[in-house]
Unconditional design. Structure first.
Length: 711
């Protein structure tokens, strides 16, 4: 990649890194976290089984509202039953109980003694700091428990805020660890509801470290620099959830063993889980299960009938936010975001890689590579999240897509535009493969050559001199250009390139500039196709009133090929005896009445898919050693009749080689006409005439070789 392209790619990556980590795109980062949590759940499943959850929820659910003594009563009148239930839970060994439900008004004046059991429960539970009440802070009037509840629970130190943190997109992803205490309570900082419950389990108070992080027992909480915790939500139903009505029945029935197994050593939260009450959208929104909690087998009441699909919601009851936050704190599994600078570096690197790929590869291939790179990054980010580290998920992939699009536009408008122009310009003078190599290496061709095994094509038009003499140049040039265009395209389609045009002759090369082990077969197939194409063009009148008939000679062998010429002007061309012999074979077609001849060297490199026949042994001008020549007949499997004709021709040829001219003449004569196809075998006809002539005047010495004195 050129320095200019690299600078554009680097600049694009830097801009994208800055933009995608800027505050206005905070929503994108939130969406990235939500999708990362969903992907982690899809790949790794539940990281913690429900029975390992440090927290459990006692739910004020639909069953509670339908079951006596709760049925038909307002929630404010449930205080005796709630007190009885939670007292039994404390006796079963619960470490601490948090109430995510606020009773802000007293009914003591209207219903004497109704609230007394609840107040007694608060007083007894607060003696060993096992009760935390919830409150909701508002700008004007906070929602608080009654003064009696606050006093009997041990004062404000046992009342903590239920407030959570809502992101700009109205989605909850974090909870506060410390909050400002109202001025009427003395000001300062106090733990949040979730932080207080976790601190009670550890038996220590949270503290703020000099670097701004919050610590429990001197141990910093991950990702707590802003005195907040990014909740590590688990997938679907991970919090054991019990119906308040069922646990109340369990307590009254005295099933202490069930209570001990369910609540011993647990943080217990009481909260509402109804579909219309206190539901919030969190970063768990793509993997929320039925209600949000796991339902163990009930203690006393029958399990409520429900299907998970009926209760699957994007929202989550608020009590599960606090439960998940407490679990994150107790497991030391609070999520930690990558800092802004490392995140920007990740985004910038992805963008730079995508830009580099786009500049180097074909657009389709580049797109596939970038998709694979994005999938690999998604897997890496998901794996990091399994270790509680949040890496940017969407931002690098978006950066890669934008960088690729930007560089693709730059490539088409600047870089490729110049390459296309150069390709069109130089492809008229150089082999396409040479042009591609020149553009890839971004340097001009230099003088030099190499010896390589190739196949050379040499073709000419029969009787073209008479055609050119009968037409003015203005009419002749379009005809010859039509012929050259068709032949050139056909040669390039078969992997060769046109070296030069010499009058009406075409010189082409197969097997260069890139190595091609099948150069001989490709050249023969191209020649057969050229003969068929020219016949078709003649039938269609492509050359007006004239018919163009070509003669082609092919030869394979080592030749010098490369940039040959002067320092100021040179051609990518081929030189050597291999080229000369191909030229001689083109002329030999006149002797045997054929249109396509190949050398024995070329024939030896063909596969069995090409049908050839030997047509003679010749000594061309400039050579002393004779060579065998062959005529390619096609690429389709011959029929039995065609095989018989090939065998008959070969038998006649062997008689000719042996000097049995009379027998050879008779055999060749039998091969001249193909009654089934009504075709004349011109080579057989010429051989029959020559055999008869030699029979009348036998040579003094015979070696079966036809010597040619002309090119």
């Amino acid at each position: 990649m050129r320095l200019r392209d690299l600078l554009v790619a680097a600049g694009t990556a830097a801009v994208l890194a800055v933009v995608l980590t800027s505050p206005p795109l905070e929503r994108l980062r939130g969406q990235s976290l939500d999708l990362s949590l969903w992907m982690r759940h899809q790949i790794f499943g539940q990281l913690y089984p429900p029975h390992q959850s440090p927290t459990v929820v006692i739910a004020i659910d639909e069953q509670t509202y339908l079951t006596p003594p709760f049925a038909g009563q307002p929630k404010a009148l449930w205080m005796p039953e709630i007190a009885e239930t939670l007292s039994g839970v404390l006796k079963a060994g619960a470490q601490v109980i948090g109430l995510d439900v606020v009773f802000p008004s007293s009914v003591q004046s209207r219903l004497p003694n109704l609230e007394t059991p609840y107040l007694r429960f608060l007083k007894e539970g607060s003696r060993d700091d096992r009760i935390v009440l919830g409150k909701v802070q508002h700008a004007k009037a906070p929602l608080l428990p009654t003064r009696a509840q606050i006093m009997l629970v041990g004062g404000q130190r046992n009342v903590r805020s239920l407030n959570v943190i809502t992101d700009p997109d109205a989605i909850i992803r974090a909870v506060p660890l410390l909050l400002k205490r109202p001025t009427d309570e003395g000001g300062g900082m106090e733990p949040s509801f979730s932080m207080e419950l976790a601190a009670r389990v550890h038996g220590v108070r949270p503290e703020v470290l000099p670097d701004g992080r919050v610590a429990l027992g001197g141990r910093p909480i991950r990702g707590s620099e802003g005195q907040r915790a990014l909740v590590n939500f688990q997938g679907e139903n991970d919090i054991p959830t019990y119906s308040l009505a069922d646990i109340h029945a369990c307590v009254t029935s005295g099933n202490t063993e069930y209570l001990r197994q369910a609540f011993s050593g647990k943080v217990v939260l009481l909260g509402a889980v109804l579909d219309v009450e206190d539901r919030k959208i969190t970063s768990k929104r793509y993997m929320t299960g039925a209600e949000g909690g796991y339902r163990p087998p009930p203690c006393h009441l029958p399990a409520p009938e429900r299907t998970e699909a009926d209760f699957r919601r994007e929202s989550l009851p608020g009590v599960y936010i606090h439960a998940a936050a407490v679990n994150s704190l107790l497991r030391d599994a609070v999520l930690t975001r990558a800092p802004q600078i490392p995140a920007a570096l990740i985004i910038g690197l992805m963008a730079l890689l995508a830009a580099s790929i786009t500049m180097r590869a074909d657009p389709v291939v580049a797109t596939l590579q970038i998709v694979v790179m994005s999938l690999l990054w998604a897997a890496a980010a998901t794996t990091a999240l399994a270790a509680d580290t949040v890496l940017p998920l969407l931002e690098p992939m978006i950066a890669a897509a934008l960088a690729s699009g930007t560089m693709l536009a730059f490539r088409f408008s600047v870089t490729d535009r110049q390459k296309i122009k150069l390709r069109r310009l130089f492809s008229m003078y150089l082999a396409p493969a040479v042009v591609e190599e020149m553009l890839t290496q971004e340097k001009l061709p230099e003088l030099g050559g190499e010896t390589r095994e190739i196949t050379v094509w040499f073709s000419d038009l029969a009787d073209f001199t008479s055609i050119s003499e009968s037409l003015p140049p203005a009419e002749l040039v379009p005809l010859i250009n039509t012929y050259f265009s068709a032949i050139t395209e056909l040669i390039e389609q078969h992997g060769g390139f046109v070296d030069k045009f010499i009058g009406d002759a075409v010189v082409a090369v197969f097997g260069a500039p890139k190595d091609d082990p099948d150069h001989a077969e490709k050249a023969v197939r191209a020649a057969l196709a050229a003969v068929a194409l020219l016949d078709s063009m003649n039938e269609q009148g492509a050359f007006g009133r004239f018919r163009f008939n070509t003669r082609i000679g092919l030869n394979s062998g080592e030749a010098l090929i490369g940039n040959i010429g002067s320092r100021r002007r040179f051609n990518y061309t081929v030189m050597g005896d291999t080229v000369n012999l191909a030229s001689r074979l083109e002329g030999v077609n006149k002797v045997f009445g054929t249109r396509l001849l190949i050398s024995g060297t070329t024939a030896s490199q063909l596969g069995q898919s090409v049908v050839v026949r030997e047509v003679g042994r010749v000594r061309v001008k400039g050579r002393t050693a004779p060579i065998r020549i062959f005529e390619p007949l096609g690429t389709e499997r011959p029929s039995e009749h065609e095989i018989e004709r090939l065998d008959a021709f070969d038998e006649a040829l062997q008689l000719f080689y042996a000097g049995k001219f009379t027998e050879a003449a008779e055999c060749f004569a039998a091969c001249i006409t193909d009654d089934s196809a009504r075709q004349i075998d011109e080579a057989a006809r010429l051989y029959a005439e020559r055999s008869r002539a030699l029979a009348e005047h036998p040579p003094a010495e015979w070696e079966g070789v036809t010597s040619l004195t002309q090119k």
